[in-house]
Design a protein around this ligand. Structure first.
Ligand SMILES: [Mn+2]
Length: 464
């Protein structure tokens, strides 16, 4: 007998796996599953009809090398132009004959300045507390400073236009926590929108936590605000739990966003710029859906789902959350919807037994923060009609993690978080599939023995 039947796993982490979400015994795919080769024939898409799109947990994982090379195949999957994606792109190009407003000019100036004058430090290798980029001259920093307050005002204007729950259509890329990691954001830019957002048929959805912990929160936020102003219907910036003054002014995060501002600008000006960015954060939407099937937010399922929601669909309750939304309103709101969307985590196996019949339980992050269990996930699916939840907020080792019968997908887009060893990941939602690309594993696979790789390690020890 030949050994052809017994496939040997290739070394690179590339492949697909599928889990039946309706099978309660379905197990969470382990990293080993990533080693399966890709299915030869992609599921045939049904073009045109959004209603027909059904998302199964069939995920393609590819590792990006330093040049982003593997993403080329991910991009060409999208570009090679199914009828559906071609139609979307054509329509967008027709719809978006851009007017040159003062805001557009300003955004272009900010992005231009960053591209030209904020340059990568040679030899940078993600050492904790060190900078990946630096400004060429002091004059450049002053130019940057002078643009920031008008930039936050222009960003506020476009953020206000988004509903609190944004309804998107595929194709959409979804990115998780960035935490001032400008280098990884630029890596994703190079790989996925290097020719410009408008040259991609996709939308770009960011799940929040742009600031704190990393070296370049100010430049990263300025970059994203620039994109949002230039492409308000293509780029969407959800709010994370760090887009609040009580978090991003907290020096324990070392550096927090305020410290990033102080390192760049004189003290009074730093405080003012930090404050203006926070004013803009108060208008960021809290959730999104893609094709009415994929629900996206930073943290997780709100506990209000345990109440009868027949007359008050969750979507409407989220849309009714008033803006500007500040720290006090999140903590004091009786229904905790905003707080749970921003802070909740899926219950671990261990925590599941401490939930109330699989609904909700205490989160070790403290305060009133909750974990959501199996039952909460099932009811959430029933109430919203969504089949999956893509969220961020926790750093999985490979940048991506599945739980609750693969209904819940955690994506994190900042590698080496807090000096750790996680990869960064990005999800593409399109044509009934979630495709995932991750950066190269931080620790070479050969150096990791199976015994030492415990499942619990998936969540870093840091508080986030
Ligand atoms: Mn978070």
């Amino acid at each position: 007998m030949s050994s052809l039947g017994k496939r040997k796993a290739p070394l690179e982490r590339t492949g697909t796996f599928a889990v039946d979400p309706d099978d309660p015994d379905a197990t969470v795919p382990s990293s080993e599953t990533f080693l399966e080769p890709e299915e030869p024939a992609a599921k045939k898409a049904k073009p045109g009809s959004r209603e027909k799109l059904k998302y199964a947990t069939t995920t393609v994982i590819r590792s990006l090398d330093g040049s982003g090379a593997s993403s080329v195949s991910l991009m060409s999957t999208l570009r090679s132009a199914s009828f559906h994606t071609r139609k979307v792109l054509q329509q967008q190009l027709l719809n978006e004959q851009k007017k040159i407003t003062p805001e557009v000019k300003l955004a272009k100036k900010v992005l231009g300045l960053l591209a030209k004058s904020f340059v990568e430090v040679e030899g940078y290798d993600y050492e904790p507390k060190s900078a990946s980029h630096k400004w060429k001259t002091k004059k450049n920093i002053k130019e940057f400073q002078d643009l920031l307050i008008p930039l936050t005002e222009a960003a506020t204007k476009v953020l206000k236009e988004d509903t609190m729950l944004v309804k998107l259509q595929s194709p959409t890329y979804v990115l998780g926590d960035l935490h001032g990691n400008y280098k990884d954001l630029q890596f994703f830019k190079k790989s996925f929108w290097n020719m410009g957002i408008d040259m991609s048929p996709a939308r770009f959805l960011f799940l929040g936590d742009y600031v704190d912990r990393g070296p370049h929160s100010v430049e990263l936020c300025a970059y994203l605000f620039g994109l949002k102003i230039l492409f308000p219907t293509r780029v969407f910036l959800l709010r994370g739990n760090h887009e609040f003054r009580a978090q991003n002014g907290e020096r324990d995060y070392d550096p927090c966003f305020l410290q990033n501002c102080e390192a760049l600008f004189r003290k009074a000006q730093a405080k003012k710029i930090w404050d203006e960015f926070n004013n803009a954060f108060e208008y960021m939407p809290l959730a999104a859906t893609i094709d009415d099937k994929i629900f996206c937010c930073h943290g997780g399922i709100p506990r209000i789902i345990q109440n009868e929601l027949a007359d008050n669909p969750l979507v409407r309750l989220i849309d009714e959350i008033p803006r500007p939304l500040n720290d006090d309103q999140v903590d004091q709101a009786e229904d905790f919807i905003a707080m749970d969307l921003l802070w909740a985590d899926p219950a671990t196996q261990e925590e599941e037994s401490n939930t109330e019949d699989g609904w909700f339980g205490v989160n070790e992050r403290g305060g009133d923060i909750i974990v959501f269990g199996e039952r909460a996930v099932q009811e959430f699916i029933k109430h919203t009609g969504c089949t999956h939840l893509i969220r961020a907020h926790q750093p999985p080792k490979h940048g991506i993690e599945y739980c609750k019968s693969a209904r819940i997908v955690t994506v994190f887009s900042s590698s080496h978080y807090c000096g750790g060893f996680n990869s960064a990941a990005i999800v593409l939602v399109n044509e009934g599939r979630l495709r995932v690309a991750t950066t190269k594993p931080v620790v070479p696979a050969d150096n990791v023995s199976d015994e030492s790789e415990e499942e619990d390690d998936v969540i870093a020890e840091e508080s986030y």
